[in-house]
Design a protein around this ligand. Structure first.
Ligand code: UDP
Length: 235
């Protein structure tokens, strides 16, 4: 028996860059696809939300003169590009996927609905939820909280490039220590930047636990599914 039956996996767009400074690193993409395929083969139902920060972020666009709403729409389109790339890599490895979009854009993807997603996951498809929430001023972290809650996932697995949540940023503060688990309230009290507050609060209010782990180490996704304590559980 595995720990989870249905998961929502959140991947950042930035991590898709690998060692590049922009865009999609095919090796990183293939690594992710292999890891996802591995846990799919264990019978886990998988929904994925992928960010767009490797291509465009609305907020950083405003400093360059972009209208915020148009910038956010560009960001949402960027998540669709990444979702198609991941879908393509997964399909190439023999896994069936469905790209669902929060904004209508057939034939690129089908328009999202909870029931379409659940039916597809139960039939063995991996669902990739693209275009975030479909609305500006949100992030893909909030998109993934929303989709995770809607599809009744057991957990949101937040794949990052650090191995969990620390008392301070471990890339800046060498004295930072890692939590094995932490409550939502403690995240607020310590002002920890795990996700934006909208995303965190949605998970708290709807009882969706979050597991933060390092997805850039090949095999880690399976370790999390196997219950190995390699990251930080937020509950
Ligand atoms: N975005 C949005 N609404 C959403 C999700 C995303 O407007 O519901 C836009 C926003 O501009 C954001 C960009 O898409 O900056 C890319 O998403 P995000 O920054 O979350 O990507 P990540 O940091 O995970 O790569």
């Amino acid at each position: 028996m595995t720990k989870y039956k249905r998961i929502l996996l959140k991947l950042s767009g930035e991590s898709l860059m690998g060692n590049q400074s922009f865009g999609i690193d095919p090796e990183r993409l293939a690594d992710y696809a292999r890891q996802i395929k591995e846990v799919h083969a264990m019978g886990i139902q998988i929904g994925i939300v992928i960010g767009g920060g490797n291509i465009f972020r609305g907020l950083s666009g405003t400093s360059k003169g972009f209208d915020r709403v148009k910038g956010d729409q560009m960001g949402m389109c960027a998540t669709v590009i990444n979702s198609l790339a991941l879908s393509s890599a997964l399909e190439a490895s023999g896994v069936k996927t469905k790209v669902l979009t929060a904004i209508r854009m057939e034939p690129i993807g089908e328009f999202y609905s909870k029931w379409k997603a659940i039916e597809a996951m139960e039939s063995g498809y991996i669902c990739i939820f693209s275009a975030g929430t479909g609305s500006p001023y949100f992030t893909t972290d909030t998109g993934s909280s929303l989709r995770g809650i809607e599809i009744e996932a057991d957990v949101m697995l937040k794949g990052t490039r650090v191995d969990g949540i620390y008392t301070a940023d471990p890339e800046k503060d060498p004295t930072a220590t890692k939590f094995d688990q932490i409550t939502f309230d403690e995240i607020y009290a310590r002002n920890l930047k795990v996700m934006d507050l909208t995303a965190t609060t949605m998970c708290k209010e709807n009882h969706l636990p979050i597991y933060v782990f390092n997805m850039d180490i090949v095999g880690n996704l399976k370790r999390v599914i196997d219950g190995e304590p390699i990251g930080t559980l937020v509950h």
